[in-house]
Design a binder for this molecule. Structure first.
Ligand code: PBG
Length: 322
């Protein structure tokens, strides 16, 4: 004990701190979320998420090129449809924005990892993540539609499909339809423990996906539950998920840690829109140091046990880490 034990010895110089640092960030672990829409020359900033844009395919290609130069290796695409309907049918339209974007990006940047978000909420007129029956989302009827969307993304060339709807059994439904369709090599990253969170607020403006009635608490998880996250993750792994996600990240670091320790599979965490926008709003007011706060947040998510981080900071963080 003191005075023999002096932990400060390991903090004395920057070089020693570097030597003993336990957690390090690597741009290869980032997935950069992007919002695509139809049209040409469109690059409209999302007001609730400064520095993020609605992009038409031509502008998406430019953005991804610049992100690649910064060191980003993976993107996840969200689509804004031309028209919404009751079932969200544009989600599995081979000519929709996401599918076209995937084909274009895989041609332009063959080494890029292209992930697609598989969900119906951007595509349905009511904004829920599945088909409505008796005032609620009908689980089993939604599965086939999600599977169709995933196969359509795979056909366009997606490397990874990422279901974010929280229907029971969707990983199995997607896995079996992918396999039947000849896409047994397409990876599934499931949003396995996805909470009904207030931190998706800015995203719903970005994706124009706010539910038109009610909320998502009858399918997304209760923020108070952590054991239940292990049940969800366990089921998704059994059903064929290759990578599992915890979402959001910052208010759920304990869940990330437990999932990693319990299952040992690749774990992703989504540093969601509300987490991003909170930090950016404080930066805009001069209340917080941008780069330090950003790297601290990302390091904390990694330290908690995440192997992969989905983050709107991906480009900037990758640049700083070069
Ligand atoms: C679609 C989906 C959402 C997010 C990712 N996929 C929103 C939601 O469930 O309401 C949130 C991402 C973010 O907030 O950054 N289901």
């Amino acid at each position: 004990m003191f005075p023999v034990a002096r932990p400060r010895r390991l903090r004395r110089t920057a070089a020693i701190r570097d030597l003993v640092r336990e957690t390090s960030l690597d741009p290869k672990d980032f997935i950069y979320p992007l919002f695509v829409r139809h049209g040409k020359g469109v690059r409209t900033e999302i007001t609730s998420m400064p520095g993020n844009y609605h992009l038409s395919i031509d502008m998406l290609v430019e953005e991804v090129g610049a992100a690649r130069d910064d060191g980003v290796c993976a993107v996840i695409l969200f689509g804004l449809p031309e028209k919404k309907d009751e079932t969200g049918s544009e989600a599995w339209d081979d000519e929709a924005a996401v599918q076209t974007a995937v084909r274009t990006l895989k041609k332009e940047y063959p080494g890029l990892i292209v992930v697609t978000d598989v969900c119906l909420c951007e595509y349905t007129s009511h904004g829920h993540c599945g088909v409505i029956e008796d005032g609620g989302v009908a689980n089993d009827k939604t599965l086939e539609l999600l599977a169709r969307a995933a196969v359509s993304h795979a056909r366009a060339g997606a490397d990874i499909v990422a279901p974010s709807d929280m229907m029971d059994g969707r990983v199995e439904a997607i896995r079996s339809y992918l396999d039947e369709s000849g896409f047994s090599e397409v990876t599934i990253l499931s949003y396995a423990a996805k909470y009904a969170s207030a931190f998706y607020g800015p995203f719903r403006e970005a994706a124009e996906s706010a539910p038109q009635f009610g909320d998502r608490r009858a399918y997304q998880m209760d923020p108070a539950n952590a054991d239940e996250a292990l049940v969800e993750v366990g089921l998704d792994i059994e059903e064929g998920a290759d990578i599992v996600m915890v979402k959001p990240a910052l208010a759920y670091l304990d869940v990330i840690r437990r999932v990693k320790e319990t299952y040992g599979v690749p774990v992703a965490a989504y540093n969601v829109s509300g987490e991003y926008s909170m930090l950016m709003a404080a930066v805009e007011r001069g209340w917080i140091e941008r780069e330090r706060a950003m790297l601290e947040v990302l390091t904390a998510i990694k330290r908690a046990g995440a192997d992969i981080i989905l983050t709107y900071h991906a480009r900037e963080a990758a640049r700083l880490l070069r």
